[in-house]
Ligand binder design. Structure first.
Ligand code: CO
Length: 203
């Protein structure tokens, strides 16, 4: 008896439905991937990259971590960005946060969750950089505000990586987008107007 049999059953049903709709889909996709988009989002189970933008396998290169953070020394995230930009020749990088983010809430409320607290220090830094802007807000407003500020901060971080700076210096057609997703209605919102050069980058 296979462990997690229901998931294998789901998988078979899914693969067969796609084959029925588009015979040869997997065969042609297996030869190469050429996605136009890199998605950097939260690990939250309610925020699945492909589903939200309704794109099939092959269209989105994805990196997810808790609270969709781009850290200058995170070799994992930097490697994804470098591979996406230099090898896959991605045209758009979407940093997508979401309202109601548990990681952002934990940073705001200073809750203790163990090892992950060290990761969330990066979100706490976002509070520190913008301390005055939280004054006079309710807790809910502060949470929404921090979810938004966190996206903007990560957009700034990615624009400052050597990978993106060099790509722009070399004349690459590459845009960075800062979005936020509403888990209550499934709707995306643009937070940061599209950035396509070092000059346009958030300081
Ligand atoms: Co989250």
């Amino acid at each position: 008896m296979k462990a997690l049999k229901h998931l294998f059953d789901n998988n078979l049903e899914w693969a067969q439905a796609i084959q029925k709709e588009d015979p040869g889909f997997f065969e042609s996709l297996s030869k190469q991937q050429s996605p136009e988009y890199l998605w950097i989002g939260c690990s939250d189970s309610r925020v699945p990259a492909n589903e939200i933008i309704n794109l099939p396998p092959g269209e989105v290169f994805v990196h997810r971590n808790i609270a969709n953070v781009v850290v200058h020394t995170d070799l994992n995230c930097l490697s994804v960005i470098q591979f996406a930009v230099d090898i896959l020749k991605i045209k758009h990088i979407i940093i997508c946060g979401h309202y109601g983010c548990s990681g952002v809430r934990a940073a705001l409320d200073d809750e203790e969750h163990g090892l992950v607290d060290n990761w969330l220090r990066h979100v706490k830094d976002v509070i520190r950089f913008n301390e005055d802007s939280f004054e006079g807000m309710t807790h809910q407003q502060q949470l929404d505000h921090l979810c938004e500020l966190n996206v903007k901060e990560q957009v700034t971080n990615i624009c400052n990586t050597t990978i993106i700076k060099n790509a722009w210096k070399n004349g690459r057609d590459l845009s960075i987008h800062g979005w936020i997703y509403n888990i209550e209605n499934g709707i995306l919102k643009e937070l940061v107007p599209c950035i396509s050069s070092t000059e346009e980058s958030l300081k």
